[in-house]
Design a protein around this ligand. Structure first.
Ligand SMILES: C[S@@+](CC[C@H](N)C(=O)[O-])C[C@H]1O[C@@H](n2cnc3c(N)ncnc32)[C@H](O)[C@@H]1O
Length: 224
């Protein structure tokens, strides 16, 4: 898994924008809003990749705030570091076993399109919940499959056929972009993910679907 992400890091953001027809910007904005972060606060972005959401979080907390992006792919972290910001730090690390992150040391923690690739979701949400302070938010953005027949048909053509083709052409890694629709099919249902969040110490867990149900935004709060 790590090597696959190392291989696709170079063209990752371009492909994301193409595959989502630019909607990824709107979904990031929704995720940032759900953190309820204020200027000067601290955010943790797990599986940060090339830092797309990390940079949006940094804009939200402003120059007095701080954002830490963590990813286990060296190439992704290197790509993220090519767009540095004074209030952002990137670190190589495993989202299910965070080193050097103290309990309750962040006001919010996020993960975008990472949960689907992490087999141990209890360990992941355990770490997300541990890292935030009481009252802090944990936000998870993830790709989903739409329910309605119209969207499902369109999505099938787009995501199961066009995305693997486009991904193979642009990134040169056919396997990575055929794995993508497969991983979405295999991912847990929304209710199940919400339950995983609850049993790992989060409360008031909600989820919302966007853009015809192709993306789900989960949010929970650490009890105060
Ligand atoms: C689809 S990308 C998402 C990147 C970024 N969050 C975004 O919004 O574009 C998934 C990322 O998860 C990272 N990843 C997967 N498993 C991980 C783990 N156990 N610990 C840290 N990073 C992980 C991969 O290296 C990859 O960069």
């Amino acid at each position: 898994m790590r090597e696959m992400f190392d291989r696709i890091a170079g063209r990752y953001e371009l492909l994301n924008a193409l595959m989502s027809a630019g909607l990824n910007r709107i979904w990031n904005k929704k995720a940032v809003e759900a953190t309820r972060l204020k200027p000067g606060e601290r955010a943790l972005d797990l599986a940060c990749g090339t830092g797309s959401l990390t940079r949006d979080l940094a804009r939200r907390v402003g120059p007095e705030g701080y954002v830490l992006g963590v990813d286990f792919s060296k190439e992704m972290i290197q790509a993220a570091k090519k767009r540095p910001a004074p209030n952002v730090e990137y670190r190589l690390g495993d989202a299910t076993d965070l080193q050097g992150v103290e309990d309750g040391s962040f006001d919010a923690a996020t993960i975008a399109y990472g949960a689907r690739n992490i087999p141990d979701l209890d360990a992941l949400f355990g770490e997300l919940a541990r890292a935030v302070r009481p009252g802090g938010k944990v936000v998870c953005l993830e790709i989903a499959r739409p329910q309605g027949r119209f969207f499902a048909t369109f999505y099938g053509l787009w995501f199961d056929r066009l995305v693997p083709w486009l991904g193979a052409k642009i990134s040169g890694d056919a396997w990575a972009y055929s794995y993508l629709p497969h991983s979405v099919k295999e991912f847990v249902a929304s209710g199940e993910l919400a339950e995983i969040m609850r049993r790992n110490g989060l409360q008031d867990v909600t989820w919302r679907k966007f853009s015809g149900g192709i993306v789900t935004l989960y949010a929970g709060t650490k009890p105060g």
